[in-house]
Design a protein around this ligand. Structure first.
Ligand code: BGC
Length: 762
């Protein structure tokens, strides 16, 4: 990697202005539609740019093109998809992957890589969860921003996708995600906001779906009011491939580039709409400018790079090793001794499942076989292999089953690879259950019956119901999807060359029915009601105090850690937490310290705890050190749906430092000053609201006491009566119970106006 490219360098901005100024309306309109499947148009001085999938590898198609991963693509490193990478909880690693991807993109002449995908994993069944990071917006946003920074530092633009609320594959091109304001802002848009503000992606890709009835590609509120006006986005909004239904409406709403090409009919429609006065020419200017800027940024960022295939494979292995989660390790069965006899079982031992299907499907430069990697990590051990099952469930299943059980019985330890086959989860459809294939579960039970030292290694892009695995197996490694170097990384962890430090980025529930979104997924008649509101993922399991199999943030290590001290201090608007951690075990290891915030006295509906920061530390045995983690004020805020802005509620916040969302170790409480949230009073304001406001209480008490002696809560009233009175809207109370004449109501209105005006001046 060489030059760092600053995306808003004055020269590119000036060049863009200059280049667009010289264009005719037709040329500007033409810029807003692709030239081909993966390219923008070259118009006058503005070069064409190449956009390509993404995200966990460069799917550059020098031959036939498609957006579903059907035709082939040129070889590229298949890094761990987001589901794996997220389990590292390591933004620095994400950034290094981004930078390596930039080199590979550069070597293929790609200017924009279509990723990262940062949609929230709302439901375990979503077919594309493997491409997304987490059920939590903070973890998603921090990792997504790091990845974008890494990529763009190599002169290649990111395309933050799929904007927004694309949390199901079912009916994805029509379905409307029906979401209230709080969950939309706090859960589904929050990571997008963070990445846009912090990492300034060159482009954002709008999703296929509707949001509250309006197609994302034609959603002015989303693409203009929120993305540009609120968050300050300066880049280009690109459509998902085929997402545009009406280009004119889309351009008016804030879309800049319709993909894929050829779009000449729609280019002409834009020209006609401007000429007929149906489309503001400034929208066409904006779109042309955005596309030109992207192409010029890409040209400016061009570097002559040939990347080192072996070095990238090594990075893929390092990331995979850091992304494996040790779910369970009874009696320290792991790490294994690389000697004696070992049965390596399951088809995935030789045909690893390491990436998902669809547009992100990469043609890997090479694939590590877990079986071969185990052989080379344990060269003196006697290793036997049996397939145990076929991934499609067909074939000589009984024979395979028997062979595997016999192999397990005749060895010291068994490693059993289980998981989902590529055709069981992919872009384009959702799963309708989260079960492992039955033949795999029955094989596990039979293997454990003859071989108590059985380690299960799991591969899948989406969450599985693991209760049967947990009940049977003494040790479990969750590999999710780990990219092309999965085999080597798994061997590293099995034999202790790597001490596992990955953490779950999503909850593993006891059963699918427990998932907060369960009854609302995938919706019907092209509508998905996000009925669980803000209670997504661990927020939902926690608010109902529901048992889960493995909580969000869970992951074990071959060593142990003690949390010795937690201090919290204010630093400007933010907080800084310092957590002292000691390695109390016998191996070097890495701990991921997680900070959760709670507000027990909150006046709003909240999750019992929310992730507000995390940090990592690597410690030698016996050593301790301090991890400093910043908690940003914005991450304590909730979306006030009446004021339509972020608000930090004033009061005592409890900050917990823990090893998972359900493993709190230390806590501190700190009082935080809130934002003022005084709404303007009107006749529908309740007596309680008014009485809680000193100036209003004073003014109203004096004026209305004669007509409404009970207005102030009344000393002679019982508490219950006072509470009942407090909930009455003052206008109706005065009219219906206080004998208020129209003049009295008028007078009340004037008084409220006066109080509001005074509040504004304060
Ligand atoms: C996917 C996008 C992808 C695009 C181009 C679409 O089907 O939703 O994520 O970038 O195709 O392949």
């Amino acid at each position: 990697m060489t030059d760092i490219l600053e995306p808003t360098t004055a020269s590119v901005e000036d060049m863009t202005t200059e280049a667009v100024r010289a264009l005719s309306l037709a040329q500007k309109a033409a810029l807003g539609g692709g030239a081909s499947f993966w390219q923008t148009k070259e118009v006058s001085d503005i070069p064409s740019a190449v956009l390509t999938d993404g995200p966990h590898g460069v799917r550059f198609q020098s031959g036939a093109s498609d957006h579903l991963g059907i035709s082939g693509s040129d070889p590229a490193t298949c890094f761990p998809p987001a589901v794996g990478l997220a389990q590292s909880w390591d933004p620095e690693l994400g950034s290094r992957v981004g930078a390596a991807l930039a080199d590979e993109a550069q070597s293929a002449g790609v200017g924009v890589l279509l990723g990262p995908g940062i949609n929230i994993k709302r439901d375990p069944r979503c077919g594309r969860n493997f491409e997304y990071f987490s059920e939590d917006p903070l973890l998603t946003g921090v990792l997504g921003a790091a990845w974008v920074r890494g990529l763009q530092s190599g002169g290649v633009g990111a395309s933050l996708k799929h904007f927004a609320a694309n949390n199901t594959e079912h009916d994805r091109m029509r379905s409307s995600s029906e979401i209230d304001a709080r969950p939309l802002r706090e859960i589904y848009l929050r990571a997008f906001e963070r990445v846009v503000r912090d990492a300034r992606p060159w482009t954002v890709m709008c999703s296929y779906n509707r949001i509250n009835g309006v197609l994302a590609s034609q959603n002015h509120w989303l693409l203009t009011d929120v993305l540009r006006d609120e968050w300050g986005f300066e880049g280009a909004v690109v459509s998902d491939w085929g997402a545009v239904a009406d280009r004119v409406a889309a351009v008016a709403a804030g879309l800049d580039l319709q993909m894929p090409g050829d779009t000449s009919v729609d280019d002409d429609a834009v020209v006609t709409a401007v000429e007929n006065g149906m489309l503001d020419p400034s929208a066409v200017d904006r779109a042309a400018r955005a596309v030109a800027r992207t192409a010029l940024l890409a040209r400016n960022g061009r570097r002559n790079v040939t990347y080192d295939v072996e070095a990238h494979h090594a990075l893929a292995r390092e990331v995979a090793g850091r992304s494996i989660v040790l779910l369970k390790n009874d009696n320290d069965l792991l790490p294994l001794t690389p000697s004696g006899s070992i049965a390596v079982l399951g088809s995935f031992a030789t045909e690893p499942r390491f990436q998902g299907g669809g547009s992100s499907h990469v043609n890997p430069t090479r694939i590590d076989s877990p079986l071969e990697e185990i052989r080379s990590a344990a060269p003196t051990a006697r290793i036997v292999h049996a397939k145990g099952f076929t991934t499609d469930g067909f074939g000589p299943t009984e024979i395979l089953h028997t062979e595997a059980v016999q192999a397990a019985a005749g060895t010291d330890v068994a490693i059993l690879f289980l998981g989902l086959a590529a055709n069981q989860e992919s872009e384009g459809f959702d799963r309708d259950h989260i079960e492992l294939p039955v033949e795999q579960v029955s094989l596990l039970e039979a293997v454990v019956a003859v071989q108590p030292n059985t380690v299960v290694v799991l591969s899948s892009g989406g969450v599985l119901r693991l209760s049967p695995v947990h009940a049977a197996a003494p040790a479990i490694l969750n590999g999710a999807l780990l990219g092309q170097a999965a085999g080597g990384a798994i061997a590293d962890v099995l034999f202790g060359a790597i001490n596992p430090s990955g953490r779950l980025a999503e909850t593993i529930p006891l059963r699918l029915q427990d998932a907060p979104s369960f009854p609302h997924f995938p919706g019907e008649h092209s509508r998905v009601r996000y009925g669980e509101g803000i209670f997504v993922g661990y927020r939902g399991y926690d608010v109902r105090d529901q048992e889960v199999l493995y909580p969000f943030g869970h992951g074990l290590s071959y060593t142990s850690f003690a949390y010795e001290a937690l201090t919290l201090t204010a630093d400007g608007p933010d907080l800084v937490a310092c957590v002292t951690v000691r390695n109390t075990g016998t191996r070097e290891g890495r701990e991921i310290v997680q900070l959760y915030a709670s507000m027990p006295g909150s006046v709003i509906s909240r999750a019992p705890r929310e992730l507000v920061g995390f940090g990592t530390i690597n410690l030698a045995p016996g050593k301790s050190a301090e991890v400093r983690i910043r908690i940003e004020r914005r991450d304590l805020a909730y979306w006030h749906d009446q004021l339509e802005r972020w608000v930090v509620e004033g009061g005592d916040y409890r900050i917990t430092a823990g090893a998972s969302s359900r493993d709190p170790r230390l806590e501190q409480t700190l009082s935080i000053e809130g934002n003022s949230i005084q709404l303007p009073f009107d006749l529908e304001s309740t007596i309680g609201e008014l009485m809680a406001h000193p100036a209003a209480a004073e003014a109203l008490g004096a004026t209305f006491a004669p007509v409404m002696p009970t207005l102030q809560g009344g000393d002679d009233l019982g508490m219950d009566m006072a509470k009942m009175m407090a909930s009455l809207p003052i206008g109706r109370a005065l009219k219906n119970f206080g004998g208020g004449s129209p003049e009295a109501l008028q007078h009340l209105q004037e008084l409220l106006d006066h109080i509001n005006a005074q509040a504004l001046q304060e």
